[in-house]
Design a protein around this ligand. Sequence first.
Ligand SMILES: CC(C)(COP(=O)(O)OP(=O)(O)OC[C@H]1O[C@@H](n2cnc3c(N)ncnc32)[C@H](O)[C@@H]1OP(=O)(O)O)[C@@H](O)C(=O)NCCC(=O)NCCS
Length: 177
Amino acid sequence: MSYNFSPFPVLETERLLLREINLDDTKAVFGLRTSKDVNAFITRDIPKNLAQTRGFIDSISNLVAENNGIFWVIQSDLNGELLGTIGLRNFKIEDDYAEIGYEIHPDYQQRGYMNEAFQEVLKFGFQQMKLKTIEAFTHKNNSPSIALLEKHSFVFQPERIDEGFEDNHIYKLVVSD
Ligand SMILES: CC(C)(COP(=O)(O)OP(=O)(O)OC[C@H]1O[C@@H](n2cnc3c(N)ncnc32)[C@H](O)[C@@H]1OP(=O)(O)O)[C@@H](O)C(=O)NCCC(=O)NCCS
């Protein structure tokens, strides 16, 4: 099955709005992607300036427009602040498979916000996209990430190696028919 993310699937939870990214998010996304805390266990290109962040936002918008990934910014219902991001990508359509990625600004960690967003995105993946498997690749010392995954019944795959990123652990959640 191929996916179609148009119109964009806005999601709502008790305290959050999960919406499409746009260029008005540039400053907040720059803050997230340059945060030492957020990047502690993530290997990725860190934007040097707002122009590079706009390039990143454009690449995400294209990814979603081409239905090759789905990416939400996590916004507070209370004050409209951008708290973090979450998305599904690296689809293997024939296997009903996707990978999940997520980050939340340090000011908003440990408040259950990611738990709330994560729950809704899993529901979207399994119910709307009809995925059967979602995996997460997370650094073996990233305890908050592992706690989140285990809370949502993801299972560590000790036999699997993330080639080139050997310190990552792979966690998997499979739905049965
Ligand atoms: C990984 C990451 C997203 C986890 O976020 P988090 O804020 O720890 O996750 P949660 O939103 O689930 O918060 C967890 C804690 O919030 C607290 N909490 C839960 N609900 C709450 C509520 N309603 N009100 C207040 N606090 C609450 C609890 O202490 C909970 O921990 P517990 O369930 O073990 O008791 C975050 O650490 C992060 O962004 N890290 C940097 C990016 C990263 O490494 N991403 C992963 C890449 S693979």
